[in-house]
Design a binder for this molecule. Structure first.
Ligand code: MF3
Ligand code: CO
Length: 251
């Protein structure tokens, strides 16, 4: 069931989103050669706790951490390990928190230190751009296929690949609500978005295959050919005129 949020629900979603935007900014600044993934998880938990939030990742299907850190060929759901991030690593950080029962979910990808090559830079920039282009399409009445097709067209034009096993989603009193927001689709098809819906759009992109495999830890999703991967995500409120990005960094 797709829910339309009331104004008091939206106020809580906005608080959750703002705190998550601040937490992600902090993590982004911490990504430097030599940082340990466990320190990112710890700093994140401390930050959201200090703001009155709890973790929605920890314990989700027994997920054992508070953020996901997915490095290089890892696409999503990397469990933070006792691992030091190296110069040139492509680091995707996926985060979520709950404020008074309302969830926010957001992800960024950053190249640590000095990028190894132009292709890595293009992968990260194009993945981010595909999210921005999709967000520009969001407003009351727009069909979900139009959002999906916007991501797909831009990513494919730029020669990258889109795994189809994972998608964006509605969000609210649960991290994952209806509707599903796929990263591939046909414009002007599917359900119409309505003002008051809150959704997550999250392009997940790989360099040279759309196939993924799940690692032995049963969580980490890796590109099937070990090519590099990137992921960006925002929690978004659909409005009459357009949308509001809830997980942007604000002071
Ligand atoms: N944030 C992810 C999503 O976008 C879900 C994280 S799975 C978890 O849907 F297990 F790590 F929580
Ligand atoms: Co999500």
């Amino acid at each position: 069931m797709v829910s339309i949020k009331s104004s008091s629900e939206i106020s809580k979603m906005k608080i959750a989103g703002k705190i998550l935007g601040q937490a992600l900014k902090m993590l982004e600044e911490m990504i430097k050669p030599g940082i340990n993934c466990l320190d990112l998880d710890k700093a994140f938990l401390e930050f959201i706790t200090s703001k009155g939030c709890t973790s929605n990742f920890f314990g989700y299907y027994d997920y054992p951490a508070h953020i996901c850190v997915s490095i290089n060929e890892q696409l999503i759901h990397g469990i933070p390990q006792n691992r030091t991030i190296q110069d040139g690593d492509i680091v995707s950080i996926d985060t979520g928190c709950v404020y008074e029962g309302y969830h926010a979910d957001a992800a960024i990808t950053k190249i640590c230190g000095m990028p190894k090559n132009e292709k890595d830079i293009k992968l990260v920039n194009d993945t981010k751009k595909s999210l921005e282009l999709a967000i520009e399409q969001v407003r009351d009445g727009v069909r979900i296929g139009t959002i999906s097709a916007t991501v797909q067209k831009f990513i494919e034009q730029n020669g990258f690949q889109l795994p189809t096993d994972f998608a964006g989603h509605g969000i609210g009193t649960a991290m994952h609500e209806d509707p599903l927001i796929p990263n591939t689709g046909v414009a002007d098809t599917g359900m119409r978005l309505k003002a008051g819906m809150t959704i997550c759009i999250e392009p997940m992109v790989q360099v040279s295959t759309s196939k993924t495999i799940t690692a032995k830890d049963n969580w980490t999703v890796i590109s099937a050919d070990n090519s590099m991967a990137a992921h960006f995500e925002h929690t978004i409120l659909v409005t009459e005129e357009g949308c509001e990005i809830l997980t942007l960094f604000k002071d």
